[in-house]
Design a protein around this ligand. Structure first.
Ligand code: PMP
Length: 448
């Protein structure tokens, strides 16, 4: 009788006689495999379960979950984790802007002065002083909201999911800019809406395109007025006013998502839609986040909205995660309450300005004049439009072969995407690598 230890040994052992005793990891137990089990080798059993992989249990996924697919592009972009790849694909903020020491000191202070409260459950609505700070901050910029109209959430991504939960039914009409933030499209998609694209041009969303027919029955319009993800475009004042007026006339709720507004490094700051809403009587729901002004790992954001919506969102959040971590809320309040952001943000903006202008300069030098691109005044993205015959997904494969990555534009559209577009982020790439990566892309584009 033959005795064999482990799968590797099976492979190396040549044909096994029936009845051989094989010691294998205990993959047949529920939960994590523990220890080894002895099995008698029966050829049909080994063949049936192809022993190279542990057995995967089968699940009956919900219809909602069945729609979740991992995109082909995500698979291609996995290579961006290799250190030799210059990646313009990421959506991560610049880590040089994270105030590590200030965050450490704030967590220390909260834990040493108020540790037990910081480690306790808290109200779903959020830590009251932080809600008040957010309301005050919005009001300084022209809004008119009270602290009880603020819900603190675990990043604005959670805000998108909660809005989907409470505002979208299957086939509900949801208006989105075309292209729009992929993470929002994914979040809302779980609730199976009927996305209706609102046309955009170089100036962003076109307010006149929101006709009464388009707005009729829509649950909301999802808008990104500042340095939009993915295009980097910003709505000018005229369009902002036109948009808010139109929304008021058509009784259309606007969801204003503004993670990048504080990252303006050129041009004139524009009023938020929530500030104009007070003046023109529109219903604006505002999403904000500490991810780009402090650090995204904190997972802290907020929703400002009319009370009936906030109350519903609170119920939905309670069912989701009870509340946003108390310790993080208290530490961030400790950081922002005495005006830290005013001294910190100029440093952060400078990082983005320097890298953004380096990329624009390199693009101007290296790209053929058949390519056009946006010139953002803030944020972290540049959007490219290539000649129509170039498919950016195919270009990505060639770029990756030369260790450069970006995100093709098509997935950012809710309908038929323009395959000749792509997004570049300059936020996490040092200037020498920006120049090198753009030169490589330039050569590839000239060869197309
Ligand atoms: N909205 C937009 C437009 C974004 O780009 C992002 C992050 N990439 C988010 C929301 C989510 O950010 P967070 O959850 O970190 O606040």
């Amino acid at each position: 009788m033959q005795v064999i230890l482990g799968l590797g040994a099976i492979k190396g052992a040549g044909p096994l006689p029936c009845g051989t005793i094989v010691f294998l990891p205990n993959v047949f137990s529920a939960g994590q495999p523990k220890g080894l089990t002895a099995r008698i080798f029966l050829p049909f059993l080994i063949k049936k379960h192809s022993m190279d992989k542990p057995l995967e249990p089968a699940f009956s996924f919900s219809e909602r979950a069945q729609q979740l697919t991992s995109s082909a592009i995500r698979e291609i972009l996995k290579v961006t984790e290799r250190p030799e790849v210059i990646s313009f694909a990421g959506g991560l903020p610049a880590p040089g802007g994270f105030p590590v020491e200030v965050v450490r000191a704030a967590f220390d202070k909260v834990l040493s002065t108020n540790g037990r409260a910081a480690l306790q459950y808290g109200p779903t609505e959020g830590f009251a002083p932080l809600r008040q700070w957010v309301a005050d901050d919005l009001n300084k910029a022209g809004a008119s909201v009270a602290a009880d109209q603020i819900l603190i959430v675990s990043g604005s991504q959670q805000a998108l999911d909660l809005l989907g939960k409470v505002l979208i039914d299957k086939d509900s009409k949801v208006l989105v800019e075309d292209p729009s933030y992929l993470g929002a499209l994914q979040s809302f998609s779980l609730y199976q809406p009927n996305f209706v694209p609102v046309p955009t041009d170089e100036g962003g969303l076109i307010p006149e395109a929101i006709t009464p027919e388009l707005a009729d029955g829509a649950r909301f319009l999802y808008a990104l007025p500042n340095f939009q993800n993915p295009t980097g475009r910003t709505l000018n004042l005229e369009r902002r006013i036109a948009l808010v007026k139109r929304a008021a006339e058509l009784n259309l709720t606007i969801v204003e998502d503004d993670p990048y507004g504080e990252l303006r490094y050129a041009g004139e700051p524009q009023p938020g839609l929530i500030a104009l809403a007070a003046e023109y009587g529109a219903n604006v729901v505002r999403l904000g986040t500490f991810s780009k002004v402090l650090a995204p790992g904190l997972r802290l954001g907020y929703i400002a909205a009319a009370r009936p919506l906030i109350n519903k969102l609170v119920q939905a959040k309670q069912a989701t995660d009870l509340h946003t971590p108390t310790l993080t809320q208290m530490a961030v309040h400790e950081i922002v309450k005495d005006g830290f952001l005013e001294e910190h943000l100029p440093n952060v903006r400078e990082i983005y300005r320097a890298q953004g202008s380096c990329m624009l300069e390199a693009i101007k030098q290296e790209f053929p004049d058949t390519v056009s691109w946006t010139k953002p005044e803030g944020g972290m993205f540049i959007w490219l439009t290539l000649p129509e015959h170039i498919d950016s997904t195919k270009l990505l494969e060639k770029a990756i072969a030369q260790n450069v990555a970006f995100v093709p534009g098509a997935p950012f559209y809710c309908g038929a995407g323009k395959t000749n577009t792509l997004r570049l982020s300059f936020a996490t790439v040092p200037e020498d690598k920006i120049r090198r990566g753009i030169a490589i892309l330039g050569k590839l584009l000239k060869a197309e």
